[in-house]
Design a protein around this ligand. Sequence first.
Ligand code: 3PG
Length: 306
Amino acid sequence: MAKVLIATVKPFSAEAVEEVKGVFKKAGYEVEVLSKYPDQSDLIGAVADADALIIRSDNVDREVLEAAKNLKIVVRAGAGYDNVDLEAATEHGVVVMNTPGQNSNAVAELALGMMVFMNRNRFTPAAGSELRGKKLGIHAYGAVGRIVGMVAKGFGMKVYAYDPFVDSVIIKNDGVVCEESVQGLYSKCEYISLHIPANDETKGSVNFDLLNMMPEGATLINTARKEVIDEAGLVKMFKERSDFRYLSDIAPACKDDLEVQFKERVFFTPKKMGAQTAEANLNAGVAAARQIVGFLEQGDTTFKVN
Ligand code: 3PG
């Protein structure tokens, strides 16, 4: 009997866990749930006899993979897999997958929600400002970026996108202006919503020079990863541009300083919560479970990332 470990420091909703368990019950698998675990050693201990592992932002490093003697597959229930050591997984013969698109709507809604919240003075009565007619630049037009664009158009925003990996026809067919360069995007749009993954090419790539191209009213919205921001450049931007605002679901290392020095111009969610909706938990959790069964029973490697 195959054993699946669901290891989520940030737990899925109870409903999602029940649905996920149902998929495995049907397949005749054993399931162990390890949620809100206080220490990485808990994961290392629990993974020892697992054949399959479902995670969220949990850290699957070389040590975890070395402890997981039976492990055949890890599915990151979500989009970004920068928390998994792909090289070590491949060395250990472990397949890694994500569940692209399954939690995108939740993340996109949060990005727009943060924009409205800040524009309406954190829901206080002082006169705020509207999104209608403003320019929004979507930096990376994947599953989340595409929904952000669609919703923003509903608000009456003018939407632009830059993504060298997406055919410009797809962007244009959505009624979005396709920018040829990242500089073009930043220099046109007073709002930029980040949707790039964190990898060797993107880490620290959103720097002062790029941000400083943004027109008056520059507002950066980050529901992607903190690592893509050059934090020194971010601080410089705050110091040199009194119009600049930063709204993020992923606190930077300099969060406390920014909150003290530029209180009115920053907003950080208390904890990363972009994908934390009942719907996203259910979609991503069940997709992960089905992918595990598909792989273990039929060798289906759709969504393999290593
Ligand atoms: C993702 O990469 O799917 C999102 O960042 C959500 O991450 P989470 O599962 O840790 O909430």
